[in-house]
Design a protein around this ligand. Structure first.
Ligand code: ADP
Ligand code: GN1
Ligand code: MG
Length: 360
């Protein structure tokens, strides 16, 4: 069966007949849009998400909860949160005979995703958008959430995964990335800062998104306002520091995540400031002292964590993140490590920005 016929058969399960094309730049799922721009069809990556039905139940519960809050606040749930299109037999996703799993969402129209090169205004709006998302989920019953990926932001565990990949050297690439491995290990000392504070209780567990890269929030194509937080696969209990830091990883970078000219890769303190301003407009009064203190650090931690995940995947032979060319994961890792160095140099400046914003 050709891909197109195969997809038509899948679409029928959702009661939709339409032409589709590949869409978006996600690293995990396979995303299609209908040419009519009505629907998004996604093939869920079941190597990563082992129990997609349970994950979809999380997403269904979270989007229903958000929908009610948005309606109560005069918002538009059809635009401001994802809407699942169920299969004709009432399920949140369709499991084909070969085990592949598909889901469908309403296409959030009149919006754009920002992949890189975000401006400070975009960062303010992204901060508002992700902040609002967390605020609205502040009283969501966290214990009802299924953990879609265990230890997702457990950075010390990510370091151990890297060590295991280095030892196994399954793709025979270890010697070519000695410098990167050494850098990763030199930084490992700060990997446990957030998990340690969470154990102490100074950084509380909240319902968080856990994958706040800037293309996981859609902006109004005309006004530029943040409209809808998408990619809800990893909504789980976590720290707000994960969401704050991860959003800045690409949002405050002066270049794309896979830019290989590292001279043009740096961390914009101005974008950091604007993101924090937007985030504070929703969450300032909710944060603990420790969370506030660790905001600048979170950008470094999450960038480091992502860098070591790319490096680990490179060593493992590129089995996790979608790549578009040989060495893509290594390019991404080097890029993230350049940013880590830059954030480290700017950490005092970033702390001063937060102090000033706290006084406003
Ligand atoms: P991945 O897990 O692979 O990152 P995403 O769910 O983030 O998959 O989708 C990939 C891209 O598809 C997004 O960055 C966005 O550009 C686009 N997209 C996803 N869902 C929608 C939607 N409901 N409406 C419009 N665009 C969407
Ligand atoms: C993946 O799914 P996507 O492309 O929005 C990854 C994130 C990484 C990011 C790096 C489930 O995000 O954790 O930070 O790539 N998502 C998952 O760009 O692993
Ligand atoms: Mg995504």
């Amino acid at each position: 069966m050709t891909k197109s016929i195969e997809l038509q058969k899948i679409l029928e399960k959702f009661g939709v007949a339409a032409e589709v094309e590949l869409y978006g730049n996600g690293h995990i799922n396979e995303t299609y849009r209908t040419l009519s721009n009505d629907y998004i069809l996604q093939k869920i990556n079941t190597n990563i998400f082992k129990e997609p039905e349970k994950m979809m139940e999380n997403i269904s519960n979270v989007t229903s909860f958000l929908g009610e809050k948005l309606t109560a606040g005069g918002g538009d749930p059809n635009r401001e949160t994802l809407t699942i299109i169920k299969t004709l037999d009432g399920k949140n996703c369709y499991r084909a005979e070969d085990g592949s799993v598909y889901r469908m969402y309403k296409f959030v129209s009149g919006t754009k995703a920002i992949e890189s090169g975000a401006k400070k205004e975009d960062l303010f709006r992204a901060g508002q958008g992700f902040g609002r998302f967390q605020r609205l989920l502040g009283d969501f019953p966290a214990d009802t959430l299924y953990e879609t990926i265990a230890d997702f932001h457990n950075t010390p565990k990510r370091v151990r995964d890297l060590e295991a990949a280095v030892s196994a050297d399954i793709a025979g690439r270890r010697e070519s990335v000695r410098a990167e491995i050494n850098f990763a290990m030199e930084c490992a000392g700060f990997a446990s800062v957030v998990t340690d504070e969470m154990e102490k209780g100074t950084v509380p567990l909240r319902v968080t998104h856990n994958d706040t890269k800037i293309n996981n929030i859609l902006f109004d194509a005309k006004t530029g306002e943040a409209v809808c937080v998408i990619d809800l696969d990893t909504v789980m209990p976590g720290s707000m520091l994960y969401d704050f830091g991860d959003a800045l990883r690409i949002g405050a970078s002066t270049a794309a995540e896979d830019e290989t000219n590292l001279d043009i890769v740096s961390f914009s303190s101005e974008n950091f400031e604007y993101f924090a301003k937007g985030y504070f407009s929703e969450m300032k009064n909710v944060l603990t002292e420790k969370e506030i203190e660790l905001l600048p650090f979170s950008a470094k931690l999450l960038t480091y964590e992502c860098g070591i995940r790319f490096l680990t995947d490179y060593l493992n032979g590129d089995t996790y993140f979608r790549i578009h060319h040989e060495g893509h994961n290594l390019d991404r890792a080097r890029n993230q490590f350049k940013l880590v160095r830059d954030i480290a140099e700017k950490e005092e400046e970033l702390k001063a920005i937060i102090r000033t914003l706290m006084q406003e």
